[in-house]
Design a protein around this ligand. Structure first.
Ligand code: ATP
Ligand code: MN
Length: 467
């Protein structure tokens, strides 16, 4: 028999040439039916939709039919026919079925309605389920949208290193990189580890952010963005933190604070709109099964103008709330770092809209943020979202060499080996700014999933690094 080329299910379901002979390959989601006819729902990952395969049992070897179980992998050749009962327009009247991979009854994705915790233990198999298929197709689409957004606006995709010798951003939460024998560490007379004979000849770690090198890129190329993994050994076991996550960091020359906020807002809206337009089936599924308010929330973000709120005013609103009897776990006053309960109060209860908070006290923000005239605040911007809290952190950068140096000294920032960063301010310094978006926080928002561990294929968190 002549070999028929395989059709992906996503393409098959678009076709109307009924009567054609087709071949599909995929995994059995369910099988039902009678002694005479079997209805097999087959999925190949190309879409959330299954195609129904109708098999007249008497035409097939009974031993083979027994092997068509949930999770088994099949190759089916048959006639494409119009369908009335399957929920799709197309179904396949099977002529040949080959079992490519049998699936015994202890298949961990056998039962529906398992908890997310259960699914996480089988991260290598959960990708075959409807929910995770939807999440990871959306994740792919968001990556494409991000590249398209920046490319269309003349940003260059700039690759920053993952291994870094600077610890001025993430001291304390960095993973060290070494080829040293950890069982036999050489130390100097002060008890300090000697790194001169380590691979890089100095202490190195995995990066917590590509921003500093991103600034180098921007000051040559004008506007760049990074999109890569970052690592933080923060021991925060929250549903919003991973030890390995992906970050998008645009950096733009000649941008001021209002323009930076415009870019942040336009960027997120573009991504959400892309999902609404390109991930309809998956979003409808998630809206039905995971979060009934999802699509409405996405639409509302695309349509509403984000609130732009100076930190000082935000604190006033929160203090007012406390006065009126609202209970927060953590106290609020000017100068404090906002906890996620505070951010969520502003976004979900007070404004009921995304909020871009700006002009933070300088002592709770990074050394490189541009200092305001008041001497107290800096031009940082956090974009706060419903359900998520902080989704973006950004700032206009301090471009004055002297002001930057003064801040570095005041804050005791370890700038050893950072001469190259300071050179940007020394030679042709320019106003610039940028932000970091946590990719998984965006995916959380767009999918309605509750835990960041469920929007990355193989999460890395304290005490877990399986798969
Ligand atoms: P948070 O206060 O939520 O810990 P942060 O202030 O440490 O965030 P930044 O250093 O500004 O965050 O990083 C930029 C963005 O990266 C954040 O807005 C967030 O979207 C994302 N992000 C930060 N830490 C993590 C993490 N551990 N896991 C996933 N995403 C993160
Ligand atoms: Mn953090």
């Amino acid at each position: 028999m002549e070999k028929i080329r395989r059709t992906k299910i996503v393409d098959l379901l678009q076709r109307e040439d009924y009567g054609a002979q087709v071949c599909v390959k995929g995994w059995v989601r369910t099988k039902r039916g009678s002694k005479a006819v079997n209805f097999i729902a087959l999925n190949d990952g190309s879409t959330i939709k299954n195609v129904q395969v109708v098999a007249d049992v008497e035409k097939f070897d009974p031993e083979m039919v027994k092997l068509i179980t949930t999770g088994a992998c099949l190759s089916v050749v048959g006639e494409m026919v119009q369908s009335i009962g399957s929920g799709q327009n197309v179904e396949i009247q099977a002529q040949q079925i080959e079992v490519l991979g049998e699936c015994p009854a202890d298949y961990p994705m056998q039962k529906k309605g398992q908890t997310m915790e259960y699914m996480r233990q089988y991260a290598h198999m959960r990708i075959r389920t409807n929910t995770f298929g939807a999440v990871f197709r959306i994740r792919h689409n968001m990556a494409i949208a991000i590249h398209k957004f920046f490319h269309d606006r003349g940003f260059f995709y700039f690759h920053t290193p993952l291994i870094t010798a600077s610890d001025c951003e993430g001291a304390g939460e960095m993973f060290q990189v070494t080829t040293k024998n950890l069982y036999d560490l050489k130390k100097d007379e002060n008890g300090q580890i000697i790194y001169s004979d380590d691979f890089f000849g100095k202490m190195t770690s995995l990066t917590v952010s590509g921003q500093l090198e991103g600034e180098l890129g921007a000051t040559g190329l004008g506007q760049i963005y990074t999109f890569g993994p970052t690592f933080r050994a923060e021991n925060s076991n929250t549903p919003r933190h991973l030890a390995e996550f992906w970050m998008i960091e645009p950096e733009v020359c000649f941008i001021d604070l209002p323009e930076l906020m415009d870019l942040e807002e336009e960027f997120i809206k573009y991504c959400v709109k892309w999902a609404l337009e390109n991930c309809k089936d998956d979003l409808e599924f998630l809206n039905k099964m995971i979060d009934k308010g999802l699509i409405e929330r996405l639409q509302s973000v695309v349509e509403t103008e984000f609130v732009r709120l100076p930190y000082t005013e935000g604190i006033k609103i929160l203090e007012e709330a406390v006065k009126n009897g609202h209970k927060f776990e953590f106290p609020v006053s000017w100068g404090c770092d906002l906890a996620s309960e505070h951010e969520r109060y502003l976004v979900e209860e007070h404004f009921k809209k995304p909020v871009i908070m700006i002009d933070y006290p300088k002592d709770i923000k990074a050394f490189y943020m541009k200092q305001n005239e008041d001497g107290k605040t800096v031009q940082g911007t956090d974009v706060l979202f419903p359900q998520i809290g902080e989704i973006i952190g950004g700032s206009v950068r301090e471009e004055s060499y002297d002001k930057l140096m003064k801040r570095i000294e005041e804050m005791n920032i370890p700038m050893k080996d950072m001469w190259w960063y300071l050179d940007t301010r020394k030679y042709g310094s320019c106003p610039h700014g940028g932000f970091g978006l946590g990719f998984e926080r965006l995916i959380l928002f767009v999918t309605g999933m509750q835990n960041i561990r469920d929007v990355i294929p193989f999460p890395r968190t304290p005490k877990t690094a399986d798969f």
